[in-house]
Design a binder for this molecule. Sequence first.
Ligand code: SF4
Length: 344
Amino acid sequence: MQYFIPKRVYYEPQSLDYDLGRELIDRFNKMGIEINSTASHNRVTGIPGKTAAQAYRESKKTLVIGVRRDSPFQTCKPSAHYQLPLVTGCSGMCEYCYLSTNMGKKPYIRIYVNIDEILQTAQQLIQARSPEITVFEGSAVSDPIIVERYSKSLEKTIEFFSKEELGRFRFVTKFTDIDSLLALNHNNHSTIRFSINCQSIIKKYEHGTPTLAERLEAAGKILQAGYPLGFLIAPIIFFPGWEEEYESMVKDLAQSINSHRGNVDEKITLELISHRYTKRAKFNIMDIFPESELPMDEDKRKFKYGQFGYGKYVYPSDIMDLFKEKFQVYIEKYLPESETKYFV
Ligand code: SF4
């Protein structure tokens, strides 16, 4: 099982006002990890690294323990109403990580220790939208599983939402350290999704993350625990042999689901996202992974204006049509009872 052990820890002095802050410092002290204080969890200085690539790698081994201030939750359209800020960052080093563009040059991992206050804010937002259901996304700026064994924030959050009639929680992960969530009373109010890809793409681009087989095994346990379960197949990449590899991935996914399903008849949801990138993301990727072989040739892409005003490079229509046609065949063949939410 792959899980994160920080190389260095920073903490905001105010985090010691919270039980979790004190527990974490005590725990990391006992583990012999270097600990320093930092005046602000937003501006941490002292993470080593002379080049962008070194700073990135060192940041991925750095944990910051902080207190989330009163700033309002960000909206999270279209998948949810709000982001739920529990953790930021991730120890994985996927070349196409969606966090790389907005987390700056030093994407360290951060745990917020004032979970009860964060959940109180969530409760106010749920009440404000009553009688509508309000959905919160726990992975908009992180993969929260990587620090769950330290923070227990997902555990608290899932239990909190289980009692909220009008609140729902969801997050997505590539990691497998999920055993602590299995026995929780989730009341079907929390959806757990796994981000998957075919194994050759994982091996080539998703450095420091579990294999496809390990993710499917973890997802199987989540299914057996009765959680609503989904899969994000992303990013779908066009490469020689993509058809065979993606078909085999969907087949493995179906086999794993069928072998874990038991009496659970809940529909599995699928979200399919083809690879896309912005100019800025490409610039960052080449800075951090100068040897990257990620296909980002503008001549082979179509430029599309995004909803937030910046443009991105997507696959041209003929490739998108081919992706959609083939995936439809694989899904109908192997996963006929799943629900595809979207394919972009
Ligand atoms: Fe980014 Fe997800 Fe990979 Fe972590 S696992 S580096 S959040 S894409």
